[in-house]
Design a protein. Structure first.
Lengths: 112, 117
């Protein structure tokens, strides 16, 4: 298996633009997580899905953030409009129940 | 609510020294899982170990060992004879396992380990 695949690896965008981050989880995994990592706040859980259904989005910072999982093999995290304070590394992870989570390589987002 | 505390923000040791990274957790569930991950300077998150709440046996894997104590809600990680390649940020994480419920994974704030040659 190729593991969790995230794209793009790097994204530089201007403030106010829409940004879409993509994630392909490991086949067969039934939970998917989006995390954000910054120096100030560490690794924060933004949202997680179970069987494609959003379970807890209490970590989503604002209405500018939205996440979808239209099927078991794909998820997106969208920021619209983006702001400089959204600059961070965004990780996607997937897991089976009672096992460890496997992480993608992350997307480094820079909003200028 | 589940919570993980890693009180040590940064640790520096000289190569070949032993070092222990502390992890304290909070949970109301009787069934849960604990994890350690390593994040080297390259940035990826690498899984190291998983432990379930019913297995308090300590584990050793090469120079790495883990001490799980439910009485103190701790899951500490020791690196013996540290090496420069061990320099990384180490995260402890917790996942509750409510019967039929959902399992989110909560991470601690991480401990940055620097091994000085």
């Amino acid at each position: 298996d190729a593991g969790v695949i995230q794209s793009p690896r790097h994204e530089v965008t201007e403030m106010g633009q829409e940004v879409t981050l993509r994630c392909k989880p490991i086949s067969g995994h039934n939970s998917l997580f989006w995390y954000r990592q910054t120096m100030m706040r560490g690794l924060e859980l933004l949202i997680y899905f179970n069987n494609n259904v959003p379970i807890d989005d209490s970590g989503m910072p604002e209405d500018r953030f939205s996440a979808k999982m239209p099927n078991a093999s794909f998820s997106t995290l969208k920021i619209q409009p983006s702001e400089p304070r959204d600059s961070a590394v965004y990780f996607c992870a997937s897991r089976l129940r009672d096992t460890e989570a496997f992480f993608g390589q992350g997307t480094r987002l820079t909003v200028v | 609510a589940q919570k993980v505390t890693q009180a040590q923000t940064e640790i520096s040791v000289v190569e070949k020294e032993d070092v222990t990274l502390d992890c304290v957790y909070e949970t109301r569930d009787t069934t849960y899982y604990l994890f350690w991950y390593k994040q080297p300077p390259s940035g990826e998150l690498v899984f190291l170990i998983r432990r379930n709440s019913f297995d308090e046996q300590n584990e050793i894997s090469g120079r790495y060992s883990w001490n799980f104590q439910k009485s103190t809600s701790s899951f500490n990680f020791t690196i013996t004879a540290s090496q420069v390649v061990d320099s990384a940020v180490y995260f402890c994480a917790l996942s509750e396992s409510p019967s039929g419920g959902y399992q989110k994974v909560t991470f601690g704030t991480g401990t940055k380990l620097q091994v000085i040659p």
